[in-house]
Design a binder for this molecule. Sequence first.
Ligand SMILES: [Zn+2]
Length: 251
Amino acid sequence: MALLDVIRQFYPEALTGNGFIGQIFRILQTEYALLPHQILLAHSICSDDANSIAYPEEGRKMLGPFNLGGLDGFPFTGLTGMGAFSHHIPDNGAGLVFFAPHIGIGAAGVPGQMLRVGQQAPSSCCGALIKAIQSLQQGTIVPGTPAVEDYQQQTLEQIILKSEKRIAAAANQILEGTEVIYEASEQFMDQLVQKTAFTGKYIFVIGAIIINSDWEQGSFLELRKFHCLDAPTKKLIATHSFPQVAPPVNR
Ligand SMILES: [Zn+2]
């Protein structure tokens, strides 16, 4: 089975990194007459080096990125990060806020596992999410305020703990945990955007799942949200989607 088909068993609408960025640029150009150099990117993706190594080349045509993220892509820089980004958007341009938790899926087709550069054995991805799920299974997450010395991990653990029953009942806890982190990131991101004053004409809020494959294969993405907001009022102007992808051959 081709790698993309392996990944589409879990993420039916996954595209290659460049394919995903190409769809976004097509919509920005045809519907808003915006070119990549008029767009300031803020992204909220996991600190994991796999995300830097597999960053789609096309994505580097935009201004930025401003980094909003931390472990598993949760927007840890909060209001201050969004506020700083908000003032840097070109007057006749747009801000693009991208957020995405990530998950490793290599050729072996095991969610949460991929092969890293220079290694023979697969390793965990997202390591932070998998650690949080292991802590949940062991019953070692204590409800409360995250400690400064491990603030990001403990924040993810608190999010996971709130969805304990949902994760315990899931056929695959790593896939389900990724959804839980996506939903928490989306809710938090929407809140940050609404509380921030932006320069520029438009704010695009784009949510996705990043699927990191074995290192030489790069990354894939599945779109979850593509909203265009009017920058001054933050009112929703339009929602977008990509053309439907063909189903995998072997399904
Ligand atoms: Zn990660």
